[in-house]
Design a protein around this ligand. Structure first.
Ligand code: ZN
Length: 197
């Protein structure tokens, strides 16, 4: 239906718990999610709050992503909830709503997610992507999950700031290249102060 603007942190809706999706409103939201996800290269998922809909709907498709060993193809998740989770591993994540950052985030390696259309078992990268999107429905961003804001958060280098707003590409939950540096080690310079009263 429409490619919508992806809301960036600190948009308040990103920190809110989304409402259960009611019958009848899902189709339009899903169409908007798919169109918007499709407008970003290598985007593997997006959640309704990111495009301004405060309902519990997300879409995930890791099938084209090189980090995905297994995939259920396009997952349309209406009122999803994690029924089982096991294993634990840390990997890099990105988020369309935090386009300048990536971070090391611990996630389960296998989950079973229940949703309106049944239950789906996800492994590895797909499990990570699904968990990332379900977090969005609970107002949780990946920065809320990092163990150390100093050691585990990285600033993307590749997005030059010379092309204006709205042009950044990103891959929600998709991680990123190693061409990044840690925020911790590089940010020791104190910011200038003194103007504020
Ligand atoms: Zn995200």
């Amino acid at each position: 239906m429409a490619v919508l603007e992806v809301l960036l942190y600190p948009a308040p809706i990103l920190k809110e718990v989304a409402l259960p999706a009611q019958a009848g409103e899902s189709e339009r939201v899903i169409a908007d999610l798919l169109d918007t996800m499709g407008s970003f290269e290598r985007c593997v998922g997006i959640a309704a709050p990111q495009i301004g809909h405060g309902v519990r709907i997300a879409v995930v498709d890791v099938s084209e992503h090189p980090k995905a060993d297994t995939s259920n193809g396009l997952l349309t998740l209406v009122n999803p909830r994690i029924l089982e989770a096991e294993g634990s591993t840390v990997a890099r994540e990105g988020c369309l709503s935090l386009p300048d950052l990536t971070a090391n985030v611990r996630r389960a390696t296998r989950i079973v997610v229940g949703h309106q259309s049944g239950e789906t078992e996800c492994h590895g990268f797909e499990a990570r992507a699904v968990a990332h999107e379900i977090d969005h429905l609970d107002g949780i961003l990946f920065l809320d999950r990092v163990e150390s804001l100093v050691d585990d958060v990285f600033r993307r280098k590749s997005y030059a700031s010379d092309s204006g707003s709205g042009s950044s590409t990103g891959s929600d939950a998709g991680g990123s290249s190693p061409a990044e540096r840690g925020l911790g080690g590089a940010s020791s310079k104190p910011s200038p102060r003194g103007r504020t009263g």
